[in-house]
Design a protein around this ligand. Structure first.
Ligand code: SAM
Length: 327
């Protein structure tokens, strides 16, 4: 297959098999963070039936891996992942259950160190009537030994930030079972198995910094790329399908760098943390949001400004903005 490369600024997208692409384009020890979602090796998954989704908008270029080759396939790409990571660099692999043992076996054949095994629970599991409903994926979190691992403890909640019930938001956010909805994007083009942006934002917020090099071995719809660009990280990724690559990479040109960047909450200066919102605060939030948005400020800058003006954490501001936009 002839290889094609697209560049968007400093970000690189390669239409090739990820193993060949990584060998050709990624130096040893150069990547800070890999977040990736390999094909699950399940033929004829009939996801459409379960998700009640309009398949006309789902890209049909998706390349599946033969289940009989899944072990060798996992070993090959995970060996490349290990090679390209910096010492201290991190890897998150999203996996279903069917071939999980092959992914775990491949990870354990490397020198990568297991940090966490996260369960991601999504809404609308695969419906069954004679057994329990499958409604989770596994996120395998590993790191390369030999260097300092980035873990931004207060990237989303300050340690002293509490919910209305007095429980620590930071602790709750760092428990290893996550409930995050899938995105449905009715009427928009999508990959068969697109990861939600909220999930990717969480991974990148904790495990990377601005300017870090983020890599996705299996681009698909490009959601890891979109979030990396939106959070001011550098990006390189691979997609074997020409059809998926051609249909999805142009959309990534529209992502505004930094538009998803979030200012970490400043501990001890968020006076109104945990207090209920007064009607005048809600009005302030809505009026100022419109003004700042009209002035061309990025989402990150808007949240930082509102956070300072209302003396609330960035998370509380974003949450309130979301509920205001939905009402
Ligand atoms: C589960 S999807 C990735 C979805 C992606 N995370 C997203 O949010 O849209 C897996 C993708 O890997 C691609 N793929 C399969 N084998 C590949 C290989 N050897 N190298 C690169 N991409 C491959 C498939 O075509 C598919 O688009």
């Amino acid at each position: 297959m002839a290889e094609r490369i697209e560049r968007i600024g400093e970000h690189v997208f390669v239409n090739a098999d990820c193993v060949r692409g990584a060998i050709a384009h990624v130096r040893d020890g150069s990547v800070d963070l890999i977040v990736t979602d390999p094909p699950y090796g399940i033929k004829g998954d009939r996801l459409d039936r379960h998700y009640n989704r309009d398949e006309r908008f789902v890209d049909d270029g998706y390349v599946e891996v033969d289940a009989r080759k899944y072990k060798a396939f996992s070993r090959a790409w995970i060996a490349q992942a290990e090679r390209v990571l910096k010492p201290g660099g991190q890897l998150y692999v999203v996996s279903g259950y069917t071939n999980l043992y092959d992914v775990l076996g491949a990870l354990r054949a490397t020198r990568l160190r297991e940090i966490n095994h996260i369960i991601w629970k999504y809404n609308f599991g695969v419906y069954t009537s004679s057994k329990f409903v499958s409604s989770h994926y596994h996120i395998l979190y590993y790191a390369k030994p030999g260097g300092k691992r980035t873990f931004n403890l207060q990237s989303r909640f300050a340690l002293d930030e509490t919910a209305g019930d007095g429980r620590s938001l930071n602790y709750r956010d760092r428990e290893d079972v996550w409930t995050i909805k899938r995105e449905y994007k009715p009427g928009k083009r999508k990959n068969k198995n697109e990861l939600p942006k909220a999930l990717l934002q969480k991974l990148l917020a904790y495990s990377s910094k601005e300017g870090d090099l983020v890599c996705d071995f299996f681009l698909g719809g490009g959601s890891t790329a979109a979030v990396a660009i939106g959070m001011n990280r550098r990006f390189i990724g691979f997609e074997i399908s020409e059809r998926t690559f051609s249909s999805r990479v142009p959309d990534l040109r529209k992502i505004i760098p930094g538009s998803l960047q979030e200012t970490p909450p400043a501990p001890h200066v968020v006076r109104n943390r945990g207090k209920s919102w007064s009607p005048s605060e809600v009005e302030h939030l809505q009026v100022r949001f419109r003004e700042l948005h009209a002035s061309g400020a990025t989402q990150g800058a808007i949240v930082a400004t509102l956070s300072a003006e209302l003396e609330r954490g960035a998370w509380a501001i974003r949450k309130r903005l979301r509920s205001s936009n939905q009402s």
